[in-house]
Design a protein around this ligand. Structure first.
Ligand code: GLN
Length: 245
């Protein structure tokens, strides 16, 4: 087997990139490069089809309602089937905030329904009440990682996301609002399909999670080579402190 390469497909990087969510891709790129793991990123925007077998990790960032409106129907029309096929073969899908909402059945606003691709059983409703904003920390367990770990970041969403009965959240809220502000849960994880409200960007503040994604997406049989993570650890500690954890 040749050297591993992480093949990433970024969906709508021109439209879904709020809070510098593109930093997540940079972090993946750097951590692969530092270890001699190849990294390829392809983007797929409006009108572009997807090859479900050509990528190990599909990434969807966050966006304002108006940007989600622009992408949603296109995602259903040109990318839904490929995303389902990719998820079925175990590809990683990481979706943040606006992208997370589009993984479900729909994002419902007052008199409007923004469709989702139905990759997971959830729906999002823009209910009355304040936006859910602030620093957030969640506790989660992931396959192959001993014990619970913490993700820390920042959330800002008006939508409240309700998981179907068969879905599991990504984690438990330690501080912040999470999916609904009242459920005590944050995000969703079905196998390698992950949705979360955490911006930050998420991965620079949680390098351990980036490594889990890289290992999972590339099918790395052995643990990834450790890196000098002094800066990354400080970023993680700072994000946790900001959330009060
Ligand atoms: N527009 C969505 C909401 O407000 C998502 C926002 C985001 O990606 N930060 O709920």
């Amino acid at each position: 087997m040749g050297d591993p390469t992480l093949r990433v497909c970024a969906l709508y990087p021109d439209l879904l990139n709020i809070y510098a969510d593109r930093g997540n891709l940079l972090l993946l790129e750097r951590r692969c490069a530092w270890r001699g793991i190849g990294f390829e990123v392809t983007s797929a925007s409006l009108g572009d089809g997807l090859d479900p077998g050509a990528h190990d990790l599909f990434y969807i960032g966050g966006g304002q309602d108006r940007d989600q409106r622009l992408c949603a129907q296109d995602m259903v029309d040109t990318k839904r089937d490929a995303l389902h096929a990719a998820a079925d073969r175990g590809a990683v899908v990481l979706a943040v905030c606006g992208g997370y909402q589009l993984l479900g059945h729909a994002y419902e606003l007052e008199d409007e329904r923004i469709p989702g691709v139905g990759l997971v059983d959830l729906h999002t409703v823009r209910e009355a009440g304040p936006r859910l904003i602030g620093n957030v920390a969640i506790e989660l367990e992931l396959p192959g990682i001993d014990g619970p770990r913490v993700l820390a970041g920042f959330e800002n969403h008006a939508g409240r996301t309700h998981l179907g009965a068969g879905e599991r959240p990504l984690g438990r809220v330690l501080r912040g609002h999470g999916n609904t502000g009242a459920s005590a849960f944050e995000g969703v994880r079905r196998g390698n399909v992950i949705g979360t409200y955490l911006h930050g960007p998420l991965l620079p503040k949680n390098a351990w999670f980036a490594d889990w994604l890289i290992a999972t997406a590339t099918g790395a049989a052995e643990a990834l080579e450790p890196l000098d993570d002094r800066l990354e650890d400080a970023a993680h500690a700072g994000a946790r402190r900001a959330a009060g954890v």
